[in-house]
Design a protein around this ligand. Structure first.
Ligand code: OGA
Ligand code: MN
Length: 210
């Protein structure tokens, strides 16, 4: 990662002009490797749960819409490599508040695994009547990802689709209330950290079912 403000400025500029931002080397190879070790730890501890779609508890319906497994992160008790990631996200939050006036108060983040055969159909990251999510961010953690491996993030822009490969170290951000998107069918395990910048404090509500 560049050690000046360029990355912050670039993300703020991209968000201001196109409502999404792609940063190729948000994390270094070493940072990705260290976070992947934390994933392995949580997998061994059986800490991942099937993600839902937030509206009901209907396993079959959920499965037709999304197939990922998640574990919410409690920032206070996170392992060091995850804390370092969160501190960069915090820096981004502060910068966006200063430059884009988004009124972000906090953020929530989970570990995410899409196993082979899974996807997440086209959607917006806001539930009806809930405008809390302002910016969505996803950091990808997949070494040696090949085009045939699938799992691209597809952004639906004005009259155009943009596919983003989930390559190790890349950060994708977008305006949660504006950009519809989907995760295309993944053919091998697809790892990421996924989160949202919110217009209210998270408080103790970080442990969720979805
Ligand atoms: C989500 C989502 C996109 C991705 O979790 O809401 O759309 O690329 N993720 O993982
Ligand atoms: Mn989404």
């Amino acid at each position: 990662m560049v050690n000046n403000n360029n990355w912050l400025e670039s993300i703020a500029d991209q968000l201001a002009t196109q409502d999404f931002a792609i940063t190729d080397h948000f994390l270094s190879e070493e940072e990705v490797k260290a976070i992947r070790e934390v994933f392995e730890h949580h997998k061994e501890q059986d800490n991942f749960k099937r993600a839902g779609i937030g509206k009901q508890d209907d396993f079959m319906l959920d499965k037709q819409i999304r197939g990922d497994y998640i574990k919410w992160i409690d920032p206070a008790n996170a392992f060091e490599p995850v804390k370092e990631f969160l501190s960069k996200i915090n820096e981004l939050k502060d910068y966006l508040n200063r430059t884009c006036f988004l009124g972000i108060r906090d953020y929530e983040t989970h570990f995410t695994i899409y196993p082979p055969g899974s996807f997440y159909k086209r959607h917006l990251d806001q539930f009806q009547g809930d405008g809390a999510r302002k910016i969505s961010f996803i950091c990808y953690l997949n070494d040696n990802w090949q085009p045939g491996d699938g799992g691209e993030l597809r952004l639906y822009l004005d009259g155009e689709e943009r596919d983003v490969q989930p390559l190790a170290g890349k950060l994708a951000c977008f305006r949660s209330e504006i950009i519809e998107h989907e995760v295309l069918l993944a053919h091998k395990n697809r790892y990421s950290l996924t989160g949202w910048m919110l217009n209210h404090p998270v408080g103790l509500g970080f442990i969720k079912n979805t």
